[in-house]
Design a binder for this molecule. Structure first.
Ligand SMILES: CC(=O)SCCNC(=O)CCNC(=O)[C@H](O)C(C)(C)COP(=O)(O)OP(=O)(O)OC[C@H]1O[C@@H](n2cnc3c(N)ncnc32)[C@H](O)[C@@H]1OP(=O)(O)O
Ligand SMILES: O=CC(=O)O
Ligand SMILES: [Mg+2]
Length: 722
């Protein structure tokens, strides 16, 4: 700690001092003195509350554990359980009906519905790609994924498969017929798309094999542009744009009578740049890396150069798109997704900054101050000057109020307008779901979204009821009534609080990044349920999920749900436990192997290489997006079975050892990878095993404490070795 610098009584790591003073502050009008004294004030004002709130989590958990030890499963006495939760203050009184008051939100939040992409902000290449994912080629998304069958004649192959290409073109035409129907005939039969000007007004003229026609809704023609041989015709539906690219010199357009070379779809309306569960940031150097990328996204300077397909590519933020509307006026469409930043939750501390007593400060306090400071350099993002912070893992209204109080202090210290920092409330801990109305009430002046983070939520479900009995298998948990009640309550409580047309009601992640056909089937359920947005793991998934928002008018879907009855709390608390001998020995072992493989596959890259989000094959070889939340589920599930004697410590250890070889083989092509099966004392293997063996004792079942400690161990060793 010797080289830490004293800043208004705080001890600050020199890397952070340097970043703040030479990169983040310039141009903001905030002086170094103002920042550090404000930051010291923030730490002094909020640290005690932070510690108290964490202690309250533990205290409530202890009482819930004791209730289960006395009464067993909730189903033994559901009414008594609910009464008990009220008595201990887990359930709080609901406020009277109210409407949220947030103002100054961008239209991507308040009035246009579409996909929300999430990306680890630590990875500049991906983060830039995600910011640019506002627009995506539908032809590429269909051709490159299983959205179009890969069987028989349609198999992709090493070179372009014309049969597959035709299937893509047909499918895209089907989409156009649905979103932008012709007055007569189908987009499949179009022989020319032309914009013709007459007396200063541009008309979209369409010819088909059966003769000329127009769009059924002439107003859907929004704009056009021409660059050389390439014409772009911009259509609009449900507030979302799709661009017909007409180019008879293009390898695809040349073979189409209409010259249609692609359909470019407005895809990721919003992107969450994630400082939380998809990143591994454990010390000042890592945190500064995260903040530097966020700053570069805000001031528009972030760039990344890398090798791809034998070429050196430099990726930058895309410019806006300039067109002419039918009346000859300029129309500019944003080139980038509206960017939101996810801070960490209230749990962890960081030694990038130490308080006057030398203790690491709350990492959430630092994220709030620094990500907001970086957002003051916004030149390309919000048109209303809003700063969008997604706050995860809050337990109940009191913790939401705490986040809002932190944001208010940050606004003061940076000289921002009150409520300039908006909050996205992740409804992903059980105490928040159970008190959602009160939680939203606490944030009513700044809330811009509520979102069901069902992955963390599942982890918290298991942990909260750890003592109730043995938990179901992971896939079976998803089919239970509690999760439907959780999802429905989130939408209905949001609608009752006036979110429709004001703020987002969001749904969770599609965690099978390669299964796009299944996503197309399943994820239309999100807009149908009244959600303005839902999470996707990649730009391609955003392009495909965007189609759903043409198929469903979300605001109509919301109207239809307005007066639906709220599922009772009893449904929310209805997760059953396994009956004795419900699962066979084989089923138990297979589930354990599956969880072990996922935990090991994720943890090894986290601990060895600092990769916070990975695609890891499950036991059926399906690539799954794994992050800290999915790891929380798997580790809590194993810990629960260990706690209830379905598996023994020796069995868990030997299955982990066996699965380590499987994970080693999966990573054989990675030169940076160090096999775990050669050394079961390795830090990575021990980290994975700790998560399972000590899962019951982890605060709320979180994986962060073990992952951080183990990653720091590896970093310290590497630093020593030079
Ligand atoms: C519970 C929760 O909290 S969920 C929220 C946290 N989860 C996330 O943020 C998921 C983010 N997604 C990802 O990190 C990745 O998609 C993974 C790890 C799941 C898969 O990554 P990979 O195996 O590298 O993907 P794959 O090889 O199929 O594709 C890589 C390409 O897709 C792009 N890509 C993949 N995911 C993303 C993304 N989220 N944003 C932007 N680009 C992405 C990459 O930039 C790369 O393209 P490039 O070569 O042009 O740069
Ligand atoms: O953060 C999202 C989740 O599902 O957890
Ligand atoms: Mg989460």
């Amino acid at each position: 700690m010797s080289d830490y610098q004293d800043k208004s009584g705080l001890k600050v790591h020199p890397l952070l001092v340097d970043f703040i003073e030479t990169e983040a502050l310039p141009g903001t009008g905030v002086s170094a003195e103002q920042f550090w004294s404000g930051f010291a004030g923030l730490v002094a004002e909020h640290s005690v509350t932070n510690v108290r709130l964490l202690a309250k989590r533990d205290e409530l958990q202890g009482r819930i554990d004791a209730w289960h030890r006395e009464h067993g499963a909730i189903a033994n006495d559901p009414a008594g359980y609910e009464r008990f939760l009220r008595d201990i203050g887990y359930l709080v009184d609901e406020p009277a009906d109210f409407t949220i008051e947030t103002d100054g939100l961008d239209p991507e939040i308040s009035s246009i519905c579409g996909p929300q992409l999430v990306v680890p902000v630590s990875n500049a290449r991906y983060a830039l790609n995600a910011a640019n994912a506002r627009w995506g080629s539908l032809y590429d998304a269909l051709y490159g994924t299983d959205a179009i069958s890969r069987e028989g004649d349609l198999a992709p192959g090493a070179t372009y498969n014309a049969a597959r290409g035709q299937a893509v073109i047909d499918r895209a035409a089907g989409f156009l017929d649905l979103a932008f129907p012709l007055a007569k005939g189908s987009h499949r039969d179009v022989t020319s798309y032309v914009v013709a000007e007459q007396a200063g007004i541009a008309n979209f003229v369409i010819d088909t094999k059966a003769g000329p026609t127009t769009l059924k809704d002439a107003a859907a023609f929004a704009a056009y542009g021409q660059k050389g041989e390439r014409a772009e015709i911009v259509l609009r539906h449900n507030g979302l744009h799709a661009i017909l690219v007409v180019d008879k010199t293009h390898p695809i357009g040349i073979n189409q009578p209409s010259g249609l070379a692609d359909v470019v779809v407005e895809s990721a309306l919003t992107t969450i740049q994630d400082c939380e569960d998809s990143v591994a940031a454990v010390d000042a150097a890592d945190k500064v890396g995260v903040y530097r990328n966020w700053l570069g996204l805000m001031n528009g300077t972030l760039e990344e150069t890398f090798e791809k397909g034998g070429r050196t590519v430099t990726r930058k933020l895309r410019a806006d798109k300039a067109y002419t509307d039918p009346n000859g006026k300029p129309l500019t469409l944003k080139g980038r997704a509206l960017l939101l930043v996810r801070n960490v939750g209230h749990l962890m501390t960081t030694d990038a900054v130490r308080d006057a007593a030398g203790k690491p400060i709350g990492e959430g306090l630092m994220d709030a101050a620094v990500t907001a400071l970086c957002a003051m350099s916004d030149k390309v993002n919000s048109r209303t000057g809003a700063i969008y912070v997604v706050k995860p893992k809050m337990h109940g209204p009191e913790e939401v109020a705490f986040a809002c109080a932190i944001f208010a202090s940050v606004e003061k210290m940076l000289g921002l307008k009150p409520n300039a920092i908006k909050i996205g409330i992740m409804d992903e801990e059980r105490r928040t779901s159970a008190n959602l109305k009160a939680a939203i009430y606490e944030a009513r002046q700044r809330v811009f979204f509520i979102n069901t983070g069902f992955l963390d939520r599942t982890g918290d479900e298991i942990h909260t009821s750890m003592e109730a009995g043995a938990v179901l298998r992971k896939d079976d948990i998803k089919a239970e009534r509690w999760i439907g009640a959780y999802e429905d309550r989130n939408v209905l409580i949001g609608l009752a609080a006036g979110f429709s047309g004001r703020a987002q009601i969001g749904k969770g992640m599609w965690a099978r990044p390669d299964d796009m056909a299944a996503m197309l089937e399943a994820k239309i359920g999100h807009p149908k349920s009244g959600a303005n947005t839902a999470w996707v793991p990649s730009p391609t998934a955003a392009t495909l999920h965007a189609l759903h928002y043409h198929m469903v008018d979300v605001f109509e879907a919301q109207k239809a749900r307005h007066n639906q009855p709220l599922p009772p709390l009893a449904d929310l608390f209805s997760m059953p436990v396994l009956k004795p001998f419900e699962l066979s020995r084989e089923e138990i072992v297979r589930e354990l192997e599956n969880s072990a493989q996922g935990i090991l596959g994720y943890v090894v890259r986290w601990v060895q290489q600092g990769v916070g989000c990975s695609k890891v094959p499950d036991i059926n070889n399906v690539g799954l997006m794994e992050d800290r939340a999915t790891c929380r589920i798997s580790s809590q599930a194993v810990a629960n079975w260990l706690r209830h004697g379905l598996v023994s410590k020796d069995e868990v250890t030997s299955v982990f050892e066996r699965m380590a070889s499987v994970v080693d083989a999966q990573n054989a092509g990675d030169p940076l990878y160090r096999p775990m099966s050669e050394n079961f004392q390795s830090v990575a293997f021990q980290a994975a095993l700790d998560l399972a063996l000590h899962g019951v004792d982890q605060p709320s079942g979180y994986t962060e404490p073990i992952l951080h400690a183990r990653r720091l161990q590896v970093k310290a060793r590497e630093a020593k070795q030079g």
